[in-house]
Design a protein around this ligand. Structure first.
Ligand code: ADP
Ligand code: GLC
Length: 483
């Protein structure tokens, strides 16, 4: 099969910016369709019908009625929003509830999370099998464990003959485990509940189902693709990934340059070079009630979880403060980390906002001198990319996408024609982070060098062009469609 046509892709995701977001997956799912248009790919996005955004859609059309969808009736809606071509699984018994996307108000996973996202994937497979009379995808692309059963259901359906599948791992820490007793509730074939199938230590692993049955597996940076093959990062699935090594590729995330642009951002005082950050810094200091100091104003914008290594920052913080530096943090998550940062904020040069605030994140990234990302593992990471774009130098751990996107200040990259764009530290432990913070403060005092690095950072390509082309090439190679 070798056809010249537009490739039709159905993206299956549990979140998608600007409609619904808890982390970077939403940014990626929201930006990729637009980035692919110039690549001869038309992507539609299948999303659960969470109540928070359904009301925002103008004139959604009912495209299919699903009388029995994992415990209740559902409808498939079609709508356009913010340039996205959406298909929405409107299943009130699964998604219309008060609480988070994945967690109830008590902070625990919804007990029926496996059914909720199995339903999404089952509908993706129905679409691959012709549910919509006027549109069928060439490729179905699932994201994380929530989209991972789509390749499985398709592989076990007639569409397996013509529809190819891709699964992207954004974070292998979340695997979608369910007790074996839920096999039939999840519409999974008992014959596939084996160690060659989706069985994982006596449980169903929805992520493993996707890793076994997808035609190709991608992850969000080349370094994380390598790391996933090791026990340290593979989190129990390294063996499965080693078997599928030749089908696994790392494609770096980009960022949406229309949303993240220091020249056009409506939430900041626009600027074109690092010097233009100054008024934004004054606004940020006022907003966080931080005094003038001699050192760099550093920020963190992050989920507060063990992954992000912020406990290491708590230990290393005295070094930053001793050098006259400051910290402004925006984040939410683990109550212990929230409490520890609230306590750290008793220091006059530390200020903390517990919560989630998209526009405050923009103002922080525009106003700060440096952004800290000390993650223990980081499949890609987006905030360091925002930092680069805004000339806010990233100080990052040497892992995953952080290793692939920041050119660290070293004697080699600072010599002659300076190419450094940030700082890196390794091993990912508090002493190395402390040293890196001390180096950051020393560099900050060398104003000319600091601005040079800022200009390098702002010039570093962080958009989607290159990676969208890589996804397009992958889809086209799978579907036999050439441009
Ligand atoms: P992850 O997906 O692991 O959380 P990423 O760096 O890929 O990490 O993406 C995180 C995204 O969520 C970024 O867009 C970041 O700006 C945003 N974000 C995280 N925490 C907050 C917060 N408290 N307020 C606003 N935005 C946040
Ligand atoms: C995950 C990862 C993060 C990545 C994001 C988008 O949440 O933790 O590193 O940038 O997905 O791919």
């Amino acid at each position: 099969m070798d056809r010249c046509a537009v490739t039709r892709v159905l993206s299956v995701t549990s979140e998608c910016a600007p409609l619904v977001k808890t982390g970077g997956l939403a940014d990626v799912a929201g930006a990729l369709p637009g980035a692919l248009i110039g690549q001869g790919v038309r992507m539609r996005t299948l999303l659960p019908g969470y109540p928070d955004f359904l009301w925002k859609l103008r004139d959604p059309r009912v495209r299919a009625e699903l009388p029995e969808c994992f415990g209740g009736p559902a409808r498939l809606l079609e709508a356009r929003h913010a340039g996205l071509d959406l298909l929405i699984l409107d299943a009130p018994h699964l998604f219309d509830r008060e609480g988070g996307l994945y967690l109830g108000l008590d902070g625990r996973d919804w007990p029926d999370n496996p059914e909720r996202f199995a339903a999404l994937c089952w509908v993706a497979s129905k679409i691959a099998n012709g549910l919509l009379s006027d549109w069928q995808p060439d490729i179905v692309h699932g994201h994380d464990w929530q989209g991972a059963l789509a390749p499985y259901f398709i592989a076990r359906s007639p569409a397996a003959k013509q529809v190819r599948t891709v699964l992207t791992i954004h974070n292998i820490a979340f695997q979608g485990l369910a007790p074996a007793a839920r096999l039939s509730a999840l519409r999974l074939a008992p014959a596939d509940f084996t160690s060659e199938g989706f069985e994982y230590y006596g449980k169903i692993s929805m992520l493993k189902a996707g890793l076994i049955f997808a035609d190709r597996i991608t992850t969000v940076s080349p370094t994380y693709a390598d790391e996933l093959l090791t026990p340290e990062f593979g989190m129990g699935l390294e063996g499965v990934l080693q078997q599928r090594r030749s089908d696994l590729i790392g494609i770096l995330n980009g960022i949406d340059l229309d949303v993240w642009s220091p020249e056009k951002d409506a939430h900041i005082i626009p600027y074109h070079n690092p010097v233009g950050k100054r008024p934004n810094k004054a606004v940020l200091r006022a907003e966080f009630r931080l005094p003038e100091t001699v050192g760099p104003l550093c920020i963190v914008v992050s989920r507060l979880t063990a992954q992000k290594g912020l406990d290491l920052l708590l230990k290393a913080l005295p070094v930053l403060l001793d050098h006259g530096g400051q910290l402004a943090l925006l984040g939410t998550g683990d109550p212990e980390l929230e409490a520890a940062f609230a306590k750290a904020a008793e220091h006059p040069n530390v200020s903390v906002r517990i919560g989630y605030d998209e526009w405050l994140a923009h103002r922080m990234i525009a106003g700060a001198d440096a952004i800290l990302v000390p993650s223990r593992f980081e499949p890609c990471g987006l905030t360091q990319l925002y930092g680069l774009r805004y000339g806010t130098l990233p100080l990052v751990a040497l892992t995953g996408g952080l290793a692939d996107t920041v050119i660290p200040a070293t004697p080699a990259t600072l010599a002659g024609n300076v190419v450094a764009t940030g700082l890196q530290f390794h091993p990912i432990q508090a002493p190395a982070l402390s040293n890196a913070l001390a180096r950051l403060c020393a560099l900050y005092r060398q104003r000319e060098l600091w601005h040079r690095m800022g200009r390098n950072a702002m010039a570093h390509p962080v958009g989607w062009d290159h990676s969208a082309a890589a996804y397009a090439a992958l889809y086209k190679s799978l579907s036999g469609i050439t441009q």
